[in-house]
Design a protein around this ligand. Structure first.
Ligand code: BG6
Length: 477
């Protein structure tokens, strides 16, 4: 279904995110027939360039990151909708020209695909030069601040120019198909919700493991680390969707109110429940410190922690979170590990068994539910756990494998004016309020992250975090 007609301006239109994600995503939506024919995409950045120059860049980006077009004519028609205006985010240059490009009778969205230092300047100029209308939206990328104080300052700054209903703070994890599916599974079935609490759930594991290192983003990353880069936003959002109470409706503020309650119910994490790691060198690469060109860096490229949501539903059920770079495999999954059956009628030799619901975000999006059955054969009542496997690609056919990229979904939601999958200002602040004391704590202690081998599951101490509780992490595979 096509969305309403729109003009989308991408500040930072020549940048990495625009080339890798936003522009290829828009092209795929165009191919899917969702972009109305008169819709326009205008790249805006400091570099002087004309429309043709930008179109060449977009064509190259789509060839490289977009998987190409089924019909080459499609890319040409898409590019006809693409233009460019050079603007100076901190000065007057280009704003009048940009305004003249925009139409009056359609949705106007401004995507700030730039560092947070420019958010305020852009917002101010959109107002000052009369580009922002009552229905315009701005989209802001992470990092949304570096800590609570800077996030508050950003929220205050944006609020001078835009209403909260016009601000779309992106966390691309919320655009992932399986993440949305989490809500469908929890609230669309009767099977799970009655068991979704401390009485039946032993613990929850959230793992986002990456095989890549910090790549070319060493400067940004060394100043952030895994806690700011991943936990404060992506893992926090996953935790919220798992832990929240059922919202009354699938509507922006219903959902976001419930997520906020979860964040506010999180206990401070004790220092001995946090493990930080930093990857070392191997024969293929020189290690984290060489990647970020800081031989004394104490920034973590891995973090694991044990969190508690102190409310009636979750009291006593730990949430173990871990994320890291240069690990054994690229796997993101949430595992809900249920308690053992209260009594085994099969005796001690049948062993201990419990159900695990694993939701795989990537790769092979899908879910498995481990159920205990009798091991086939005449050998008596021996039990074995087998997965009920629902890989989307198998269960839903080609459509299941054809999962749209998170950015495609989210940009279209901006045009539709649906904020459900975007973070509200108070949510972001609450998340920083939880992570700040952990970061301040290790900075004050002069904590040095534990080294770990590239291709491993992270530092040994992370395994111990669960062993001490008589539990173990699921394999990263
Ligand atoms: C980004 C982080 O937000 O998410 C990156 O800044 C990380 O460091 C990326 O690699 C992971 O996203 P995905 O979609 O590849 O899991």
């Amino acid at each position: 279904i096509p969305v309403d007609s729109f003009d989308l301006v991408i500040f930072g239109g020549t940048g990495d995110l625009a080339r890798r994600k936003i522009l290829p995503g828009l092209f795929r939506r165009f191919c899917a027939g969702q972009m109305p024919p008169e819709a326009q995409i205008v790249g805006a950045a400091r570099t002087e360039m004309d429309d043709a120059g930008f179109r060449d860049m977009v064509r190259a980006a789509i060839d490289e990151f977009g998987g190409g077009a089924e019909d080459p004519g499609q890319l040409d028609s898409f590019l006809e909708r693409v233009g460019y205006v050079a603007v100076d985010a901190k000065g007057d240059g280009g704003w009048k020209a940009l305004k003249d490009r925009l139409r009056d009778d359609c949705v106007r969205a401004f995507y700030f695909s730039v560092g947070p230092a420019l958010f305020g300047d852009l917002a101010e100029r959109l107002r000052a030069f009369g580009l922002a209308t009552e229905t315009s939206r701005i989209v802001v990328e992470k990092p949304f601040g570096h800590d609570l104080e800077s996030a508050r300052a950003l929220n205050r700054e944006l609020a001078q120019y835009f209403d909260e209903t016009q601000i779309y703070r992106i966390d691309h994890y919320l655009g992932k198909e399986t993440v949305q599916n989490l809500m469908a599974v929890r609230f669309g079935n009767v099977l799970f919700e009655p068991l979704w609490n401390a009485q039946f759930v032993d613990h929850i594991q959230i793992t986002v493991a990456e095989t890549v290192g910090v790549g070319g983003r060493g400067g940004y990353y060394d100043d952030s680390g895994a806690m700011r880069d991943m936990v404060q936003n992506h893992l926090m959002q996953l935790l919220c969707l798992i832990a929240m109470e059922p919202p009354a409706q699938f509507e922006p503020d219903s959902v976001r109110d419930e997520k906020l309650k979860v964040i506010r119910a999180l206990d401070p994490v004790e220092p001995h429940h946090i493990v930080r790691g930093q990857y070392g060198a191997d024969e293929k690469q020189p290690g984290y410190r060489a990647h970020v060109e800081n031989e004394r860096s104490r920034t973590e490229s891995f973090v694991a922690l044990k969190a508690h949501v102190s409310n009636w539903r979750w009291a006593g059920t730990p949430f173990y979170l871990r994320t890291g770079k240069m690990l054994r495999a690229r796997t993101s999954e949430i595992a809900v590990v249920f308690k053992d059956a209260p009594h085994s009628i099969f005796g001690a030799e049948a062993g201990r068994h419990n159900n695990v619901l694993a939701i795989r975000l990537q790769p092979n999006e899908g879910m498995t539910l481990d159920v205990t059955i009798k091991e086939p054969g005449p050998g008596g009542m021996r039990l074995v756990d087998v997965p009920l496997d629902m890989t989307f690609a198998d269960a839903l056919g080609p459509d299941g494998a054809n999962v749209p990229d998170a950015y495609e979904r989210l940009v279209m939601d901006v045009i539709r004016g649906n904020q459900t999958l975007f973070m509200r200002g108070d949510e972001v602040e609450a998340a920083w309020a939880w992570t700040d004391p952990m970061i301040d704590g290790w900075e004050a202690r002069g904590d040095v992250p534990k080294p770990y081998d590239p291709g491993s599951s992270g530092p040994e101490d992370a395994l111990m975090l669960l062993h001490r509780d008589g539990r173990r992490w699921r394999d990263i595979k």
